[in-house]
Design a protein around this ligand. Structure first.
Ligand SMILES: *Cc1c(COP(=O)(O)O)cnc(C)c1O
Length: 226
């Protein structure tokens, strides 16, 4: 089942990219494996999947210990400051940095462990009360401050779009995130890349690809309902 699902998702990504005149190779699929057992991750890994997303630090660390070391672990969920120390040397990319205090904590632990940490700034594009992330207006300020931390490397932006019935309804948020990243890139801030756009989930990843996503985060569409 996982193999068929992966093939279907990959095909949808390819079609959406082509429709938008983009190279499908510029879009990386993150298989969101939260709550799912190691055996299912191994199955996806056997199908060539190397990028996996988890939203809890403890679960990421447990899976990290027992799975192949060439897996790239993406921390996509809200990160509490007291958990940073467990994950800085295990996450390939932290998608959910939304405050300077969190960035400073990552810096502190990264320095202790002498590692560099790649991060994205999470932006709450639809200003939803229930969601983490800085507002679009605050994003550039946070980028500027976090960029001063030597062990942190900002690679781009991430958003969790609202739950909608039609994927097109999120096009405005995806397009706005893309525009925000273009605007920030133009400022040429030291130690800041704006090459990564992490957006799109099972319900709307095709739309996100059309609007410029470089990472899509798909859980249900690969592993089934949680
Ligand atoms: C769970 C989760 C996903 C995947 O959601 P699906 O709808 O199952 O594809 C993507 N991004 C984040 C941040 C998540 O927490």
């Amino acid at each position: 089942m996982i193999k068929e699902n992966l093939n279907a998702v990959r095909e949808n990504i390819r079609l959406a990219a082509e429709e938008a005149g983009r190279d499908p190779g510029d879009v990386t699929l993150i298989a969101v494996s939260k709550t799912k057992p190691v055996s299912m991750i191994e199955e996806a890994y056997a199908c060539g999947c190397l990028d996996f997303g988890e939203n809890r630090v403890q679960e990421l660390c447990e899976k990290y210990e027992v799975l192949p070391k060439d897996i790239r672990w993406h921390l996509i969920g809200h990160l509490q400051r007291n958990k940073v120390k467990y994950v800085v040397d295990k996450a390939y990319l932290i998608h959910s940095v939304d405050s300077l205090k969190l960035a400073q904590e990552i810096q502190k632990e990264a320095e202790k462990k002498q590692v560099d940490v790649n991060i994205l700034i999470e932006v709450n594009m639809a200003d939803e009360e229930s969601k983490f992330g800085v507002s679009a207006k605050e994003a550039e300020d946070l980028v500027r401050e976090a960029a001063k931390l030597p062990n942190i490397h900002i690679q781009g932006l991430m958003t969790i779009a609202p739950i909608v019935e039609k994927p097109e309804d999120n096009a405005v948020h995806f397009a706005n995130l893309k525009q925000l990243s273009v605007d920030i890139k133009r400022k040429n801030i030291d130690n800041v890349n704006m090459n990564v756009l992490s957006m799109g989930m099972t319900g709307d990843y095709g739309q996100a690809v059309k609007d410029g996503a470089t990472y899509v985060r798909v859980g249900t569409g690969i592993f089934g309902e949680r």
